[in-house]
Design a protein around this ligand. Sequence first.
Ligand SMILES: CC(C)(COP(=O)([O-])OP(=O)([O-])OC[C@H]1O[C@@H](n2cnc3c(N)ncnc32)[C@H](O)[C@@H]1OP(=O)([O-])[O-])[C@@H](O)C(=O)NCCC(=O)NCCSC(=O)C[C@@](C)(O)CC(=O)[O-]
Length: 299
Amino acid sequence: MAFPTQVRLVEVGPRDGLQNEAEPIATATKLELIDRLGAAGLTHIEAASFVSPKWVPQMADHREVMSGLKRRPGVVYSALTPNLKGLEAALECGVEEVAVFGAASEAFSRKNINCSVAESLERFAPVLARAQEAGVRVRGYVSCVLGCPYEGEIAPAKVAEVSKALLEMGCYEISLGDTIGIGTPLKAKRMLEAVSREVPMEKLAAHFHDTYGQAIANLYAVLEEGVAVIDSSVAGLGGCPYAKGASGNVASEDVVYLLNGLGIESGIDLDKLADTGSWITQTIGRPNRAKVGVALAAK
Ligand SMILES: CC(C)(COP(=O)([O-])OP(=O)([O-])OC[C@H]1O[C@@H](n2cnc3c(N)ncnc32)[C@H](O)[C@@H]1OP(=O)([O-])[O-])[C@@H](O)C(=O)NCCC(=O)NCCSC(=O)C[C@@](C)(O)CC(=O)[O-]
């Protein structure tokens, strides 16, 4: 397979990047972050998460964030909705795309959304039906595709099975999450091989965390296989509340630098993105985990 000529980045910093922050972050800061990301050329920004505030307190202002967006033309602002309650609230705030999130690991599914994998799919079915009725697209996440913090190894066949179920239910895209950033390139390729037998490559996205420093290598491997959608987080912000020790997503700045080097079009202004990474990390008092961001800031 050849590299794609164009890649779409899904910026998950405002949601995945911030959800694990213990100190409340002002809604205005979240809105400014989202706006800066749009100004840097991101066309798909995951802005909020309509989950229980008891489970993820940092996302408790989901209504204010979703309703307060300064919407830029051509930019999709999406939100996580694990159930109908979340979806209805998101619809009231004018959401145009949502995501359901399942897992390839039973243990992770229980810790994250308090139900088995099969039960989660049952819960998602009415979410998809209602979203379809409202004309809202639904993305499907599968967590733990390259390993689970509780179960260890995850069979590629299980990832393929859950991905296929989400696709058949009506998800337009399946995002494959290396939740704990434990994968390596060969493993990523093997997993992708199994999944792409059930889900067309053009409907797959890579959502890799960088805990073990392998995310860029893993992305190179799956780009080579034809994956053309990458989830990333500005400044490498993030971690998962239900995956102890997991560090942030791969940094958007590092991904754009990789894509530029490969001659793959992303439409993103790297300097503006790097400025946004410097700004948000200074604002919330976090280290900037984007190597490219740090290098550019030091110039
Ligand atoms: C899914 C539930 C809600 C089930 O939680 P539950 O306790 O099984 O659900 P429930 O229906 O029994 O409701 C319990 C309480 O939550 C409320 N509730 C119920 N639903 C909602 C909602 N939508 N919005 C707001 N509140 C809600 C509900 O009203 C009730 O309130 P109470 O009566 O106790 O006051 C819970 O487990 C939850 O919120 N989990 C959040 C998990 C999460 O956000 N994890 C992080 C995101 S996933 C991720 O990061 C991975 C990903 C996507 O990035 C990919 C990767 O890297 O792998």
